[in-house]
Design a protein around this ligand. Structure first.
Ligand code: SAH
Length: 252
């Protein structure tokens, strides 16, 4: 019987190949089989060997997605047949990436797993937009939430946003109106500064700034598309967009 392969759950970071860890880059470069989701930038997939098999399980909101159980089964099947599998995921595998479920499926099947962390969108976007997620004068708490999950209205976000706090919302573009409403119902000031960072750490990145009450209109008027992050808190008003864009241009 073939020796069981290893499943590598690898974080691909927010997009720029320069933001991969060395471990991730090495695993991608030597992989025979890469199972990746839709968020992984083509520039990163381009690092793979010419003869590598690339399998997309396209994971983007409202696009066709292989059900999670099928992804788990695919990873386990390949590993049990003796192949190492690089499961490449946007950002960090364990932040809203369902990496936990894939690791559990592998453990249940007796397949060894290695998890390689990646730069999560919050960290990549904050750096690219020059927004400090924490700041001695403005924020000492930062929280990550998912804006798309079922029962958004019933999720308890109270206390996560407000003075001295930064709230980072993943997958919140489509639900921006409900998010703004929910936060204001929780008592957040309508003039709390917000930023939307679209395509962070990619050439087409945009950083938009506004106030909480205007978030739904900002998203519609600027035609914000996924992937984008919404950051809520005073830290977003400390750097201005122009400054961040100058830095961005200089880096290009
Ligand atoms: N595991 C990933 C998150 C997956 S959820 C991570 O750690 O980053 C997918 C969401 O991540 C997107 O809807 C978006 O909100 C955010 N995201 C991922 N890449 C992004 C990017 N380059 N710019 C802005 N947001 C991004």
């Amino acid at each position: 019987m073939a020796q069981t392969g290893t499943i590598y759950l690898v974080g691909a970071g927010p997009g720029d190949p320069d933001l991969l860890t060395l471990r991730a880059a090495r695993l991608i470069e030597r992989a025979e089989l890469i199972v990746h989701d839709g968020l992984v930038d083509p520039a990163i997939l381009a690092l793979a060997r010419d003869d590598a098999r690339l399998v997309s399980v396209a994971k983007q909101r409202s696009k066709h997605t292989l059900p999670q159980e099928d992804i788990n089964a695919l990873l386990v099947r390949e590993a049990l047949s003796g192949r190492d599998v690089v499961r490449l995921k946007g950002g960090d595998p364990l932040v809203f990436g369902r990496g936990g479920e894939e690791a559990e499926a592998a453990h249940a099947a007796g397949v060894p797993v290695e998890i390689v962390p990646g730069i999560s969108a919050a960290n990549g976007a904050a750096a690219a937009a020059q927004i400090a997620l924490t700041h001695r004068e403005a924020s000492s708490i930062v929280s990550f939430v998912a804006g798309q999950c079922k029962g958004l209205k019933d999720q308890d976000w109270s206390g996560l946003a407000g003075k001295g706090r930064t709230l980072v919302i993943y997958m919140g573009v489509k639900t921006a109106p409900q998010i703004a409403e929910k936060l204001m119902e929780d008592g957040l000031a309508p003039d709390m500064p917000v930023a939307v960072i679209e395509n962070a750490a990619r050439p087409q990145m945009r950083v938009l700034r506004g106030l909480l009450a205007g978030l739904p209109d900002l998203v519609v008027e600027q035609r914000v598309k996924s992937p984008a992050l919404i950051v809520i808190g005073e830290v977003t008003a400390r750097t201005d967009t122009a400054l961040a864009n100058v830095a961005l241009e200089a880096a290009r």
